[in-house]
Design a protein around this ligand. Structure first.
Ligand code: KG4
Ligand code: ZN
Length: 336
């Protein structure tokens, strides 16, 4: 087995078609073709449109990644690809492409769980990172706090009981008349507002590391409806700022609590919501106070990308975990 294997990563679980090449832990290229602007017209991802966009883009994005890395496909040691969770049709495009390539080149196929890809993004940021660490995972589909004990084993300490954090951002964005994907737009608007709109404290009442977003979302819908019905003035920016703080403060607090309780000295994070500047600051503050080391992936490696799939591919390659060519795509892979 190669010491610093050359691995191609492919990601197509939602609306980004992405490919990246790593040599060992060194990222050589990182390409992405997004259909998000097309999806924005529909206010969310339309699965069939996503699948077609992946079909159009997958060949080109892989060629770009190989070219930018300055390598030939014949030099690859393995192809890592997201097989779930995600939109089935979208996943099948990347998975089928990866299978064809692996078969044609006679190299291993490595099916990657998208969520483990988000966890692996931190290795791209800090080449010296080694378990154990506590991770805040906050994406459009999942929100959880995990304890990674070895490179391949993580325990879920807790997570959302209903909506994921990103989903809550997307829903609140819609209420505020902001386009899809909502997260970056809510963040931008929140910068102009103040945290003055009362938000439910129920998130804090839940025990352990679990939390809930559905009450927060309903509270905002009711707040806006009531203001509109009464014809009272209200500030979209203040609602955005108050929501952002209610939704994210708890994540930073509970993540640090997890690290302290488990006596783990390193905290990492991953998933689209971790691109949020306010959350990054909160994590920095909370980890600083608790004297914990914090590894935050670059923002472009928080939202969906293929570099993280290649990084997780490397971990599976080193563990000798290869997938059969019969591997099927999976719409959901439970976290626990
Ligand atoms: O990880 P990701 O790209 O895809 C999934 O695996 O789900 O996460 C997408 C989610 C979306 O809900 C999006 O609104 C949210 O991440 N997001 C953000 C920000 N950027 C993306 N949420 C809050 N603030 C951001 N800056
Ligand atoms: Zn993701």
């Amino acid at each position: 087995m190669e010491k610093d294997p050359l691995i191609l990563g492919i990601e197509s679980s939602c609306d980004e078609t992405a490919a990246a090449v790593i040599r060992g832990r060194t990222l050589l290229s990182d390409e992405i073709i997004s259909s998000a602007s097309v999806q924005a017209k529909y206010g969310g991802v339309v699965p069939e449109i996503a699948s077609r966009a992946h079909s159009d883009a997958v060949d080109e994005v892989v060629m770009r990644a190989l070219h930018a890395a300055g390598v030939k496909k014949e030099e690859l040691c393995a192809v890592a690809v997201t097989y779930g969770a995600g939109l089935l049709g979208a996943l099948l495009v990347g998975l089928s492409f990866a299978k064809g390539l692996a078969y044609g080149l006679n190299i291993p196929l490595i099916g990657v769980n998208h969520i483990r890809g988000h966890l692996a993004a931190s290795y791209l940021e800090d080449e010296t990172l080694t378990p154990p660490f506590i991770t805040l995972l906050a994406s459009g589909g999942h929100t959880a706090i995990l304890h990674t004990k070895t490179k391949t084993e993580s325990e879920v300490l807790g997570g959302t009981l209903d909506d994921a954090a990103g989903e809550a951002f997307d829903k609140v964005a819609r209420v505020l008349g902001l386009p899809y994907p909502g997260g970056p737009h809510v963040e931008k608007l929140a910068r102009e507002g103040k945290n003055t709109v009362p938000m439910p404290k129920m998130l804090k009442g839940l025990g352990g590391y679990d939390f809930s977003y559905s009450g927060l979302k309903t509270h905002i819908i009711n707040y806006v409806d009531t203001k509109e019905q009464k014809g009272e003035e209200w500030s979209r920016a203040d609602v955005a700022a108050s929501f952002q703080s209610a939704a994210l403060d708890i994540l930073a607090e509970k993540t640090v609590e997890g690290a302290l309780e488990r006596h783990v000295e390193t905290v990492t994070a991953g998933g689209g919501v971790v691109a949020n500047g306010y959350l990054r600051e909160k994590l920095q503050e909370a980890c600083g106070r608790a004297h914990l080391k914090l590894v935050l992936p670059a923002k472009k490696h928080c939202t969906d990308n293929a570099a993280m799939i290649a990084a997780e591919g490397l971990i599976q390659y080193e563990a000798g975990n290869f997938s059969p060519l019969t591997l099927n795509a999976r719409a959901s892979i439970p976290l626990r």
